[in-house]
Write a protein that binds this ligand. Structure first.
Ligand SMILES: *Cc1c(COP(=O)(O)O)cnc(C)c1O
Length: 405
């Protein structure tokens, strides 16, 4: 029995929704299906405004553009994340400033203040594996007098916010909660990923949730962002296609990052049952791993629930106590040869060519390395059976025993 690391939900209901788009609507790009998916996500998060785009990365870039972030600006990110968190800033011309994490994988707020300068325009905390950051602690740092006085607005939007913008990298955390609040409403802007390996997918895709403070008219900002995601065009092709509605304007220099209806169909089918079945099923799989692996004193169970937070159970980031990087790699080799797909989340950016060549050094992020060196992500997705989970667990345990032999 081979067990892949990740599998998207593709069942009859997904096929039905996709077929409906192909045969009944005559419309493939952004249109009614994308709007309906936005509405499903909006309701799920209790949010007021949601915009779907074609990836997390382009959604984050769009929000950086919205805030006027570019050359000379700094964007703070954790050192332990997928590279896209840094690349969205680099692609806009800004400089990512990495901050080390705590032993729960999330950004270390105690190191945040010293990373903030007069060039800092945004911070992108990452809810890694679906585990929300400590948003209260982040807020406290941003409310610090000294931190506030450093902020130097350089356009009307920045003047209006008058502080550092918080954009959650919630690529993993759709369905997570913090103090009873849904991921999506935990910071100014939240960007979810709907990439193939995430909890809900459109193949490639992303969703932006606005939760801006009261001085912003969110509906108005959404209308502007909708255009900004469509080359700055104030009407979508679908809207222009309505009788007499051919005239349009290009209101600003935008990106081209809209989500096609074809993709939205897949996510729509999944999103409709995320709360009722897909998310609870993930939690069940996660809990099974916790129950079985807790028996081994070498197994460090990933954070998933405390009195404030609950994960979206996106990844099972197992760590092996006292293992070196080399021992972890051998363990992965043995597991993979047995037909079980595992992965490492993540190779720290400061160990990758691009970032090394720009002067980032892993020795500046010791906790990030400590977490990375003994991390192994186990398969977690809808449809995994108890038998498959038992096989994953026995394979992992056997591999551990072989490595320490
Ligand atoms: C997947 C992922 C992204 C990028 O998502 P895309 O939709 O592929 O652009 C960003 N951040 C994290 C933490 C991710 O895991």
């Amino acid at each position: 029995m081979k067990i892949p690391f990740s599998l998207p939900v593709i069942d009859d209901d997904v096929v039905k929704e996709m077929q409906d788009t192909l045969t009944n609507t005559g419309w493939l790009t952004t249109g009614p299906k994308t709007r309906t998916l936005e509405e499903e996500i909006r309701k799920f998060c209790n949010a007021s405004e949601v915009l779907c785009v074609n990836s997390w990365t382009s959604g984050a870039m769009l929000m950086l553009r919205w805030f006027g972030i570019g050359y000379g600006d700094e964007v703070i990110i954790p050192a332990y994340t997928y590279s896209a968190t840094a690349l969205c800033a680099l692609n806009m011309g800004a400089t990512p400033v990495m901050v080390d994490v705590k032993d729960d994988f999330t950004i270390d707020e105690s190191k945040l203040k010293s990373a903030i300068t007069s060039k800092t325009k945004a911070i992108l905390p990452v809810d890694i594996g679906g585990w929300p950051c400590d948003y209260n602690a982040i807020k406290r740092v941003l409310e610090d007098k000294e931190v506030k006085s450093l902020f130097t607005p350089s356009n009307p939007t920045q003047e209006k916010l008058d502080r550092i913008l918080v954009i959650s990298d919630a690529a993993h955390s759709l369905g997570a909660t913090f103090d009873g609040i849904e991921s999506g409403l935990l910071s100014d802007v939240t960007v979810f990923s709907l990439h193939s390996v995430k909890n809900i997918t459109t193949g490639e895709g992303g969703a932006i949730v606005l939760n801006l403070p009261e001085q912003f008219d969110q509906a108005k900002e959404l209308t502007y962002l909708r255009a900004l995601a469509l080359n700055g065009q104030n009407k979508s092709a679908f809207e222009k296609n309505q009788p007499g509605a051919w005239r349009y304007d290009i209101i600003d220099q935008g990106l081209k990052v809209n989500m096609p209806d074809l993709c939205a169909s897949v996510g729509l089918s999944q999103m409709r049952r995320y709360r009722s079945t897909l998310l609870p099923e993930r939690k069940e799989i996660f809990s099974y791993y916790v129950e079985k692996l807790s028996q081994y004193d070498w197994a460090i169970i990933p954070p998933h629930k405390d009195n404030l937070r609950e994960s979206s159970y996106h990844l099972f980031m197992l760590r092996v106590k006292d293992f070196s990087e080399e021992q972890r790699d051998r363990m992965i080799q043995i597991i993979s040869e047995s037909g079980v797909g595992v992965n490492v989340h993540y190779i720290p950016m400061a160990m990758l060519t691009l970032f090394k060549s720009r002067g980032y050094n892993i020795s500046d992020y010791p906790q990030t390395y400590e977490l990375y060196k003994n991390e192994i992500s186990l398969p977690i997705y809808n449809g995994l059976t108890k038998d498959q989970l038992d096989l994953v667990i026995s394979t992992v345990v056997d591999a551990y025993n072989k490595v320490i032999e």
